[in-house]
Design a protein around this ligand. Sequence first.
Ligand SMILES: [Mg+2]
Length: 245
Amino acid sequence: MRTFPACVGGHSFSFRDSSESDSVPAVIRFFSRWAALGALVFTGCVATSSEPRNLDSLKAEIRTYIASGAYDRDIAAVARKVSAWIETRAAHRTTGEQLTLVLDLDETLLSGWPYAQQYDFGGDDASWNAWTAAGAAPPIEPIREVYRLARRLGIEVVFLTGRQERERAGTEKNLRAIGCTDYAVLICRPNGSKEKAAVYKTAARWRLAGEGNVIIANVGDQESDLAGSFAERTFKLPDPFYILE
Ligand SMILES: [Mg+2]
């Protein structure tokens, strides 16, 4: 009998050659052989591929996540928690406290979904600069509501963005377009800064705290928005598009 050894994971298996002649009908031998192979695949013996997930499949998953409304629902769920917290905290404000809400911009208050769609989740510096200069990013509505609530409660709002100073004009235009002009300050990175976002943003919050701001909440879509300290609470929004360190 010729055999075909199959690997794997410390196990060994043999398949009988189809040319072998015995009393078992050929059709049964055929199905038995493929049933054995299927069992190997099922147990992971053969399926030990390290092939990563397919890029086009991942893009399709993200589109479905957004089109289904799940992305919006996930954002709204976080926004409700932010709103509940700042209402509670404002109710317990002590005399003289300058309560401050720190908000990131991209994928927090401003949606980059149109840009991601236009460039199929790609893009480059030139297209990104054109996008921010246009100042046409739509608002992420639940976070705009958080901004409005904060202002009604007398909480200062600071926009702390990874965008650079050269993008300030377009960013201010965008904030005007979505009606978010009643903020304390817009903090942008220095042009050409190579500092990691977490370092830059933590340092900015440290400066804000030193100026008397009591940062009651820090909201962003990146872990790097929230790393470090100088905020009573942090709130992480979903971001299926990218990671910034
Ligand atoms: Mg962001």
